[in-house]
Structures are given as C-alpha cells and as structure tokens.
Design a protein around this ligand. Sequence first.
Ligand SMILES: *Cc1c(COP(=O)(O)O)cnc(C)c1O
Length: 382
Amino acid sequence: MQDKLTLMIPGPTPVPEKVLLALGKHPIGHRSKEFQAIVRHTSKQLQWLHQTKCDVLTITGSGTAAMEAGIINTLSRGDKVLCGDNGKFGERWVKVAKAFGLEVEVIKEEWGTPLNPEKFQKILLEDTNKQIKAVILTHSETSTGVINDLQRISSHVQSHGKALIIADCVTSLGACNVPMDEWGIDLIASGSQKGYMIPPGLSFIALSDRAWEAQKQSDLPKFYLDLNSYRKTAANNSNPFTPSVNLYFALEAALTMMEEEGLQSIFSRHARHRAATQAGIKAMGLTLFAEEGHGSPAITAVAPDNIDAEQLRKIVKEKFDILLAGGQDHLKGKVFRIGHLGFVNDRDVLTAIGAIEASLQTLNLLKKEMGAGIAATAKMLK
Ligand SMILES: *Cc1c(COP(=O)(O)O)cnc(C)c1O
C-alpha cells in the first residue's frame, strides 16, 4: 500500500511526525543568531545523551564520517591499534584504520559471537612498552545483532593507561546505557538515522580530554573532518562549513522528545522490545543468530535454518508493508534482521512478529502452531 511502509531495519529508522514537521521548515542562515541558538541547545542535549561533560560535535555526513574523523584526528602514521572485529562494522573499523596506514592488530570473533574482553586484556597487559595507541571497537554490531561488552573492554584499556578507547556506538546510543564519562570512553561515534529518530545525514563525535591531547599530536591528513575546526566553531555555537540546517531542526525536535521520555525509559523500552522480539522468534521455532544473552537492544538477527531469508523478507514487505533487513555478505539469504531501534512502540514489535509468523504460514514453512510467536511476544509486552 502506498505510504504505509514501516521501517524495521537498523537504520534509517522511523521518524516521528514532530521531527518530520521540523524538517519541513524553510532553511535559515547557518550564521544567524537563530541557528546559533539551535547549535547551543543541541550541543547540550547531545552531552545529556552521551552522559558526558566532554564536547560532542556534529558533522554533516553519515556515521562513517564520524568513524573516520575519530581515527584521523587522534592517531598518527604507523601507530599501532587494536581493533575488535566480529561483524561488518568491526571490519569497517579495520578498513578505515588500514586506509590511513595504521598498523592494525585484529581481535576477531565469528559473526554472532561477542568480542572476548579477556583477549583484549591479555594483549594490553603484554604491551609493556605501550606501543598500542588505541583500542577500537563496535559496541552494538548491527550486522549480527550482538552487543559487545564495551564497559569491560574499556576497563582493560584504563589499566593499560596509554591507549585510547574508540567506540562505534551507532546502534547502542539511545538504545542502552552508554555513560561515556563513567566508563572512561575516549571517543564515541554515532549517526542520526539510528537511535536519534531523524533521517540520515548527521553524525556525531564525542571526544574526551585524552582524545583532545592525542589530537594535538595526530599527523594524519584531514581537512573537512579536521575536528579542531569543529571544536573552535562550536565554541561560538557554529560550524566550520554549511551544515545540514534542516537536519539540525530535526535533531533539536528529536532530542527534546528523548529528554521528555527520559534515558532510563528509553533504555527499558529497548530492553523490553528485545525480549519480546526474541521470545516471539523462538516461539515460532526460529533460531536467534546472536549468542544467547548477547543480543543487541537495537536489533535482533534471526537465522531461519532452511528457510530462504530473502524470500521471507519479500513476503513480509509485499503483504504487510514492513521492511526487515537482510543478512550482509556471507549471511545474505541465511539471516534476516529486525530493527527495534529508536521510534518503536509495542505495536510495531507485535505487528512485526505477527507479520513474520503469517508470512511463514503463507509459505507453508511454519514449524509451530500459528499464533505461538505472537502469543509469546504479547506475553512479554504485558
Ligand atoms: C549504521 C551504522 C554505521 C554507520 O553507517 P553509515 O552508513 O555511514 O551511516 C556505523 N556503525 C554501525 C554499527 C552502524 O549500524
């Protein structure tokens, strides 16, 4: 049906009407007083979301722009870094680091398995002459629906004393607790089309004092993503270049909605939707892809055994106007992913589970009695 598509992918995520209306306003001058007021306000709101006193800068670009900015502003040619890789986005960190000539040691896990904090600890303990300049990882690995133990890994980095900890929190920020200062995270990258409930186009980067110290030494080439210019202009509530003015309107509206809901309520809503989704999937006889107990609050990946995941996704979209995400790379056709990130309520989760169950029935592939999935989900949503 026209205009009825519900996004249940891990970005872009659904956008509230208030935010859409804010986007639809006439642009204003990006050097005007009115715009400066918005920059000032959103900077404060971003600090609230990151639970930090550090600077949080806004870049016009997708989430990867913040990832790249993180690397090129804190590291130097030939620096040794430790990268966690247990999925597509961990792999992306490795690629960015290598693109800039860093020496990358990869700590790998199978897709679906969380990163092992003890492996980080061991390598960091052995690094007695402090060659490792940064530990880089993805908090919520969107490709597999696994949440990594950022807090534990960060504590090992604190014990090392020299290395920075750099995290992609693109699908964890605004979904679960990411207290930047309390956990001692040095750099957090995120993007607008995920937990922020606004369309793609803005990315955010938060830097600790230690990260700014490292920034002074960093010799990697940069211009558009030189964070020093963002920091300087941010001090005057401005931007170095023309930012996406309308996305800033949207950002202010969305963060205001988030403040009204409150961080704890946002986190518990995501935890509840994770539990409800997992219960429904299991009850209809399907297998969760992420290791038990390590599922992301933003996304549930499902490995439907002998079922073609792409065929199932197609039916769910055609019959029910719900877009699910497919598997990436070698998981294409083997996995589908349900996004429950951002502007998602109980109705969305219940409907998605019902639509998946009904689609399996249409395909004559339902292993359990029709309704078992939706009943299990409803029970978790009581
Ligand atoms: C979406 C996403 C990104 C950013 O991707 P862009 O397409 O550059 O916005 C980075 N990391 C993770 C874990 C993501 O889910």
